[in-house]
Design a binder for this molecule. Structure first.
Ligand code: 3PG
Length: 391
């Protein structure tokens, strides 16, 4: 996919550039607990500043219904200031959109949470056009929001010369490596809970992947569809038929053993998969919560020979010990094979969280900032935010 980027825009000096970033970061008691999304867009902001642009940052935070002080971007503006060692004024927009008349070249301001405007979500009442009115050029840098057809993503792009920022460009180049011509063997590792978002990825990448290693809710749903007793396991009842169909394909590699036990982590034990009889003793208060040791060994064999790896989704209930072993092992294996041996891509909130936990994020080639956006991209969908930037 070829898109227009800021590197192709000449003469940014003195231009008002509206940069749509995704600074939708997790907060706890008003404090940012993970600033990765902010860090990821700093190179774009610095690039624009160095070129003498007047930078207007736009982001959402959470899903407010109207003005909600708890979702103010104030802590985010402060964090950008700290990272860039430069003043970043937060514009507390009221009903109208406005920025200071006399911005200096290289100055950076940030609009307050764009979702405080009710017209933003569906680009109602020409909201995008109004946003365009405060700028000369539009830059989309927040890959994580590129799947939203909203005023500050698609609406504004219809009214201004538009291009991708450095982060968005990096994400598209990296993810395209997996969906266009992946180096073989291409191993997709898919776990997590929501079949609704994972199944389209599986369907789209199955013809390209050499092996798909599954775990988590996808596998539980398959087990249930096969008639296994799964107790309290996370299962997506609406997708039993599809799980059975797609997970029965030969190149979809399934766990050969799992960890079952109570949700609390008690009475956890290894159970081989194969005969339903092994699951017969599973109580209704128990469930399948992780992949087992033989499965980790088996999956390691595939990951160690991969040239391209894409991983999204946990292998089980990793938040609760001892059910974290499978997911942490996959994280270590994926990171160890990445940067050099294979091109490794990871994405999704919990996947990134686990990679951080094993302190190996730096070894992964592409750590996608997009959750839903990454899954939609890997599903082969054209993200609304990218359509207008395509050359
Ligand atoms: C995300 O966190 O996935 C993005 O910021 C998009 O947020 P949204 O799902 O609220 O649109």
């Amino acid at each position: 996919m070829k898109i227009k980027t800021i590197k192709q825009i000449r003469n940014l000096s003195g231009k008002r550039v509206l940069a749509r970033v995704d600074f939708n970061v997790p907060l706890e008691n008003g404090k940012i607990i993970d600033d990765s999304r902010i860090l990821a867009s700093i190179p774009t902001i610095e690039y624009l500043m160095k070129k003498g642009a007047k930078v207007i940052l736009v982001s959402h935070l959470g899903r407010p219904e109207g003005l909600d002080k708890k979702l103010s971007l104030a802590p985010v503006a402060k964090r950008v200031e700290e990272l860039m060692k430069k003043k970043v004024k937060l514009i507390r927009t009221g009903r109208d959109l406005s920025v200071p008349d006399k911005m200096k070249n290289g100055e950076v301001v940030m609009l307050e949470n764009i979702r405080f405007f009710p017209d933003e979500a569906k680009n109602e009442n020409d909201f995008g056009k109004k946003l365009a009115g405060i700028a000369d050029i539009f830059v989309l840098d927040g890959f994580a929001v590129a799947h939203r057809d909203s005023g500050s993503v698609t609406g504004v792009a219809k009214h201004l010369p538009s291009c991708a920022g450095l982060l968005l460009e990096k994400e598209i180049i990296g993810l395209s490596k997996a969906i266009e011509k992946p180096k073989k063997p291409f191993v997709l590792v898919l776990g997590g809970a929501k079949m609704e978002t994972k199944l389209p990825v599986l369907k789209n990448l199955l013809p390209k992947a050499d092996y798909v290693l599954i775990g988590g809710g996808i596998f539980n749903t398959y087990l249930k569809a096969k008639g296994f007793k799964v107790g309290k396991s996370l299962v997506d009842g609406d997708y039993l038929k599809e799980a059975l169909k797609y997970c029965s394909i030969k190149k979809v590699i399934k766990p050969v053993d799992v960890i079952v036990g109570k949700e609390s982590g008690k009475v956890a034990r290894v159970v081989p998969v194969g005969k339903k009889g092994y699951f017969a003793a599973l109580r209704m208060t128990e469930g399948v919560y992780d992949i087992g040791p033989q499965t980790i060994r088996l999956y390691a064999k595939y990951i160690k020979q991969a040239q391209t790896i894409v991983w999204n989704g946990a292998m089980g209930y990793f938040e609760q010990k001892p059910y974290d072993v499978g997911t942490l092992s996959i994280a270590r294996l994926v990171a160890s094979r990445s940067k050099g041996k294979a091109f490794g891509i990871i994405g999704g909130g919990e996947t990134l969280q686990v990679m951080e936990k094993v302190k190996m994020t730096e070894f992964v080639d592409l750590v996608s900032t997009g959750g839903g956006a990454m899954l939609e991209f890997l599903s082969g969908q054209r993200l609304p935010g990218l359509k207008l930037l395509t050359k």
